[in-house]
Ligand binder design. Structure first.
Ligand SMILES: [Zn+2]
Length: 538
């Protein structure tokens, strides 16, 4: 209680059995949660009532919130942003608002705090089963403020028909890259916001590690395999020995290449897809996890490529019984994944943009949507909905219970237009920072039509390389003045820290100095109302 005084009025408290009870005192109090201070005014103190009761209507009115009641728990959410501010359990037929209700909240503003609730971890990790989450908590890989893993998850109901694990298929391998499975998925019924229609995966039979590459056409598989091979053989100093495919048209051209370099090409028998079960289960796992990620943030399906890429990133970091409860990441890279780096896909985020301010009164950040991880830069991919830019940033603040795409869909509920092709293109400097692995052979860039506007955004490598901000600012100016187009998008790789193997497909000749990557996103989002939506959700 912050203040209390004797009640001098004539009112009584009337209860269910018709009695009227004497009010002895009147008080005021506050409840503190990580993001909000709640006011409780005019609390009536009645001596014979031992359980403090809260008027939901009064609480909502005074604090601009609403309650969401489920059978076993409840949430108190902000009226405007729908952000969860308090939560609690039900006990003996009552919903209990305790001190832990206020302290067991997700740490929305923390970028380093590991201890957060089980349902937030469930979302960050790509909606693994309670068993997998329990395993991570038991092994102290992640720290949870609660051990209630049986929460209701609408996104899981939307995105998954069943839980899938990578079952063993009896392939005997002795080392990574002994046998690689590959298959193409697509065509997607919807062009992705960054212009892709397919994806191809390469799965290492020994470690179950998955490499994901989005494709504009199936015929790109030939070039992509060369990239993949160059990457893994260099990073792991091992050679690919066998590749198994379904003899789809896109792999026939590769067959000749395999023969010339001594790779055995295993081809499954016609009409026996079960022989390719391993890679097909991977496809389902990726697609279902990706749909669940889209479902959790109510994102339009055109963001599927980002969601699927994030799924692969997360699947590689989830323990699986097939590997004796180890993760593919550990089995391949011999180090533990950094779970503290993970955040909830599709949530509101604010990348640190101060080095790029035009003048001292520019805001230090802008509201963005978190669209997964940039493995080539060890950072987060943040979509600025007002400018359509994608920022790759290391220093980002997250609001993991706010999903801006949800509001945008409501605001821009206009008749659907056909998806406009959009190709994010990365502009790379001539030199890479020392912490970024050496580039792969260049791939021909997909140049945007000249009439499309280019919007440049910048990523500060200094956060990785440790250089100071003045350096990055100077580099930025130089980079912005002389950019050269390079590759489309780097695929997902297991690297989570600088110096680990990375699939940065950089390396084409370019002009600008190190420490800056300039991205150009040509996507044509119909989202003119977004800044308004984010800054004033009403
Ligand atoms: Zn879920």
């Amino acid at each position: 209680m912050t203040s209390s005084e004797p009640y001098l009025g004539n009112d009584h408290l009337h209860v269910g059995d018709g009695k009227s009870l004497v009010i002895s005192n009147i008080a005021h109090s506050k409840i503190r949660s990580p993001n909000r201070m709640f006011t409780l005014s005019n609390i009536l103190h009645v001596l014979i009532i031992k359980k403090p009761l809260l008027s939901v209507q009064k609480f909502c009115l005074e604090n601009n919130v609403f309650f969401e009641f489920h059978s076993s728990l409840f949430y108190v959410k902000d009226l405007m942003t729908k952000e969860v501010l308090l939560s609690g359990q039900s006990r003996d037929g009552l919903y209990v608002l305790s001190e832990s209700s206020a302290t067991s909240l997700p740490q929305a503003f923390s970028s380093t705090c590991l201890s957060t609730s089980a349902d937030v971890w469930h979302r960050r990790l790509g909606h693994p089963s309670p068993r997998i989450l329990h395993l991570l908590v038991k092994n102290k890989k992640v720290s949870c403020t609660s051990t209630q893993f049986n929460f209701h998850c609408p996104a899981c109901s939307l995105g998954k028909s069943s839980r899938l694990t990578l079952k063993t298929t009896g392939h005997q391998t002795r080392a990574p890259l002994d046998l690689i499975f590959s298959d193409v998925w697509g065509p997607s019924p919807m062009l992705s916001s960054d212009g892709f229609r397919y994806f191809v995966i390469f799965v290492d039979a020994h470690t179950k590690f998955i490499w994901f590459y989005p494709l504009t056409a199936k015929s790109d598989v030939f070039a992509i395999f060369h990239q993949f091979q160059a990457l893994v053989e260099r990073q792991f100093s091992l050679k690919i020995k066998y590749v198994q495919t379904d003899w789809g048209g896109e792999y026939r051209k590769l067959n000749t290449y395999f023969k010339t370099i001594g790779i055995h090409h295993h081809v499954i028998c016609p009409h026996t897809h079960e022989q390719n079960g391993m890679v097909e289960r991977c496809h389902r796992h990726i697609v279902e996890t990706g749909l669940t990620l889209l479902g959790q943030c109510h994102a339009p399906l055109k963001y599927w490529s980002y969601a699927f890429e994030s799924s692969v990133y997360l699947i590689n970091r989830m323990p699986t019984p097939v590997l004796n409860n180890k993760t593919p990441f550990e089995c391949l890279l011999k180090s533990t994944p950094d779970y503290a780096f993970l955040r909830t896909f599709g949530c509101l985020c604010f990348p640190f943009l101060r080095p790029y301010n035009a003048h001292k009164l520019d805001f230090r950040s802008t509201p963005c949507v978190f669209l997964g991880y940039s493995t080539s830069h060890v950072g987060y991919r943040c979509l600025d909905l007002s400018s359509k830019r994608i920022y790759l940033a290391h220093h980002v603040r997250f609001h993991e219970n706010v999903f801006p795409l949800d509001k945008i869909e409501q605001i821009t509920a206009t008749p659907k237009q056909p998806s406009a092709p959009s190709i994010p293109v990365t502009l790379h400097p001539l030199m890479q920072p020392s912490s970024v692995p050496s580039p792969l052979p260049p791939t021909l860039p997909t140049l945007p039509p000249a009439h499309l506007p280019l919007s440049a955004c910048y990523y500060d490598h200094s956060s990785i390389a440790g250089s100071d901000s003045s350096h990055s600012q100077a580099s930025l100016d130089a980079a912005a003045s002389s950019p050269v187009l390079s590759l489309v998008r780097s695929p997902v790789m297991g690297a989570s820290s600088a110096g680990s193997p990375s699939r940065s497909d950089t390396g084409s000749a370019s002009l600008s100095p190190p420490s800056i990557t300039v991205c150009v996103d040509l996507s044509k989002f119909n989202l003119q109302h977004v800044p308004t939506a984010v800054s004033s959700p009403s």
